[in-house]
Design a binder for this molecule. Structure first.
Ligand code: ZN
Length: 162
């Protein structure tokens, strides 16, 4: 029986509540939590060394509006890279392959990618926000038939990483 799996109904945003990163202080696994879906409440914490960091304290570039004279902060949220969007720390779950870097925000994200890449039958239904969906943003090399085995093996290895 062929596996049928639809990766086009989920976005990476759904994996942003808990992001596993490398602690900048001790190099162990730390977590970036998005609280109350408000970016200002986002916090990085490490249970190994007790490091804490709030997104609100991260220095941001500022600009002064010529018209109003008000100072604006430039929010620097980076999505779709092998760093966390807020503190830009390297992700805990990433590994280089011969074709590129496989990365995930957390174990659920890995699981999701595994299902997507492992599915023999993928279908795209042009419903809500499919342009931002995970299926649409996975790089082509990850889903190419010839790389599938290597990518899946890499995902399996990452799933073992505690
Ligand atoms: Zn630490």
């Amino acid at each position: 029986m062929k596996k049928r799996f639809n990766a086009y109904d989920k976005t990476t945003d759904e994996f942003l509540d808990n992001i596993l990163v490398v602690c900048p202080n001790c190099g162990n696994k730390a977590i970036v939590r998005l609280k109350n879906t408000h970016e200002k409440d986002t916090k990085m914490s490490c249970t190994f060394c007790g490091a804490n960091k709030y997104y609100v304290d991260v220095p941001k570039e500022k600009y002064v509006s010529e018209r109003s004279g008000l100072v604006h902060e430039i929010e620097d949220v980076i999505l779709g890279k092998n760093i966390d969007p807020y503190f830009h720390l390297p992700l805990w779950l990433q590994k280089e392959t011969s074709k590129g870097i496989v990365w995930a925000y957390n174990y659920e994200h890995l699981e999701y990618m595994e299902n997507h890449i492992g599915a023999e039958l993928r279908y795209r239904d042009a419903t809500h926000n499919h342009f931002r969906s995970l299926g649409a943003i996975l790089p082509k090399w990850m889903t190419a038939q010839k790389n599938r085995k290597e990518v899946l093996n890499t995902i399996k290895m990452l799933k073992q990483k505690k």
